[in-house]
Design a binder for this molecule. Structure first.
Ligand SMILES: *[C@@H]1O[C@H](CO)[C@@H](O)[C@H](O)[C@H]1NC(C)=O
Ligand SMILES: *[C@@H]1O[C@H](CO)[C@@H](O)[C@H](O)[C@H]1NC(C)=O
Ligand SMILES: *[C@@H]1O[C@H](CO)[C@@H](O)[C@H](O)[C@H]1NC(C)=O
Ligand SMILES: *[C@@H]1O[C@H](CO)[C@@H](O)[C@H](O)[C@H]1NC(C)=O
Length: 442
């Protein structure tokens, strides 16, 4: 039977756990050992079991089945090729099927390590803005809950690493791949199958990490064999995203993204020191400090270019362009061999659909297997929900061992063709969130 916690129980859990949870910036669990380079990629450095209280961040009376939660600090590789540590959280549901494992990449979209999912999934972090206004539910929890309710073990990676390198493709991809190795080697001690079928899922910032992982896997982690990778709200070209969101409601993400990249590339930090207008530099960095929704609201309608001495021209060419290309452009580091399911709203206002059309075409030309759904209805926000049903159905087929056909197919869909069967798959949590958010559109 699945457990369901009443609102009262949730509130008391919330108040009893909040005080005891230390944020990553102050928690010794996250300390990187001095001999980090003695560890192999994906090797576990330390582990702990934490209380199975994912629900402590929900104020909705929903069911989330969680039996145990383990966390691992593991070794991975940063964008310059150096050994670094990162954390991953492994969640075991009740009535689990230990042969099925999903890597869910959260869209935490932040240049602040205290917004990492290993922490925000455990604590209510309202002040840092990890909640949907009016709902007070972590934006990722419904998707994780849907997978857990299907009996899948779920791991979610702090793929931005200990320096919160938001939008940094190489770091993010490596961390997802190494966390998979860590979970595959350590999970069986806790009941995960020794040879589970495993797949990846991510939307928006989570799709960035998942797609980079898929692209880097053949070269960086040929030992891994993902049954599938489902990515939605894809952001294949960071330069293009920056231009698209500037001065709009999501402009704050541009600030966090640039600061994230500067953590990975010292020449970009130097460049910012030289090129930001000194009197505006503090404001630039303070916009970048929040978690997802806070960064967005702080930076709402801001003009990124007005912070640089030479305005928009500052960002073309030289250091920023070299980094945004190398570390923010998909398609330059390999071709995914794992099958992909890609879902994207044609009206996406954060990353133009043309960029996704381009990368799908490039990957397909290089032999990838991709099922691509272009949703003719909605935008970046609505697609996260409406596309989730098809993504989950596709992932369920992969975890059930069904093969994909070879080659690529592209389909224009309406509201990602939410059907009765796929809605049933969602479970109560995700369905209730979809219903309240998209009710009028359905
Ligand atoms: C790293 O150093 C610690 C503390 O000295 C030691 O316990 C550990 O075995 C070392 N790890 C590796 C991989 O050498
Ligand atoms: C969400 O949190 C705010 C601030 O604490 C509160 O006023 C509001 O009632 C909450 N909403 C729900 C649906 O619980
Ligand atoms: C990525 O976006 C930038 C800015 O819009 C553009 O100049 C570049 O050509 C794009 N790259 C690809 C591969 O489409
Ligand atoms: C900035 O540093 C990165 C990583 O070392 C390098 O790939 C890039 O070419 C550098 N950019 C410039 C303009 O030198």
């Amino acid at each position: 039977m699945r457990t369901s916690l009443s609102i009262t129980a949730i509130c008391s859990l919330f108040y009893s756990t909040l005080a005891t949870i230390t944020p990553p910036s102050q928690d010794a669990f996250y300390d990187e050992p001095n001999n980090i380079s003695d560890y192999t990629a994906g090797q576990v450095i330390r582990s702990r079991s934490v209380s199975p209280e994912l629900v402590s961040l929900l104020s909705l009376p929903v069911k989330v089945s969680v039996k145990t939660v383990y966390q691992y600090l593991f070794r991975t590789t940063d964008s310059l090729g150096d050994a670094v540590a990162s954390a991953v959280t492994l969640i075991e549901p009740f009535n689990s099927d230990p042969s099925k494992l999903l890597g869910y990449q959260a869209f935490y979209d932040s240049a602040n390590v205290d917004c990492s999912p290993s922490y925000t999934l455990r604590a209510d972090y309202e002040n840092l803005g990890f909640s949907v206004s009016g709902l007070n539910v972590s934006e990722d929890i419904p998707f994780i809950a849907a997978a857990l309710n299907l009996g899948w073990w779920v791991y979610t990676t702090d793929y931005e690493g200990l320096k919160a390198e938001f939008t940094v493709g190489l770091q993010s991809g490596h961390a997802v791949l190494d966390s998979t190795r860590a979970v595959l080697s350590a999970g069986p001690d806790h009941g995960l199958s020794k040879n589970p079928v495993y797949a990846l899922w991510g939307y928006s910032g989570g799709s960035l990490a998942s797609t980079w992982a898929a692209e880097l896997q053949p070269s960086y982690a040929p030992d891994l064999n993902f049954a599938g990778v489902a990515v939605g709200g894809t952001t294949p070209n960071i330069s293009s995203v920056l231009r698209t969101i500037n001065e709009g409601s999501n402009a704050g993400l541009a600030f966090s993204g640039i600061v994230g990249q500067s953590r990975a590339f010292p020449n970009l930090t130097d460049w910012l020191n030289e090129n930001l207008i000194p009197s505006k530099s503090d404001e630039f960095y303070s916009i970048a400090r929040g978690c997802l929704s806070q960064a967005s609201s702080n930076g709402k309608n801001q003009d990124l270019y007005s912070y640089a001495k030479d305005g928009e021209a500052s960002f073309s060419g030289g250091v920023p362009e070299s980094i945004f290309t190398w570390s923010g452009q998909l398609g330059l580091h390999g071709t995914p061999t794992a099958p992909l399911f890609v879902y994207k709203a044609v009206g996406d206002e954060i990353s133009p659909v043309a960029d996704t059309d381009t990368i799908v075409k490039k990957y397909c030309g290089e032999g990838a297997r991709i099922e691509y759904h272009r949703d003719l209805v909605g935008n970046h926000e609505s697609e996260a929900l409406s596309g989730s049903a098809s993504a989950l159905a596709w992932l369920a087929d992969r975890l059930n061992g069904e093969d994909v056909s070879s080659g690529c197919s592209t389909e224009d869909v309406l509201l990602s063709s939410l059907s009765v069967e796929t809605i049933a798959l969602l479970g109560e949590e995700l369905f209730s969130v979809i219903e309240s958010a998209l009710g009028g559109m359905l």
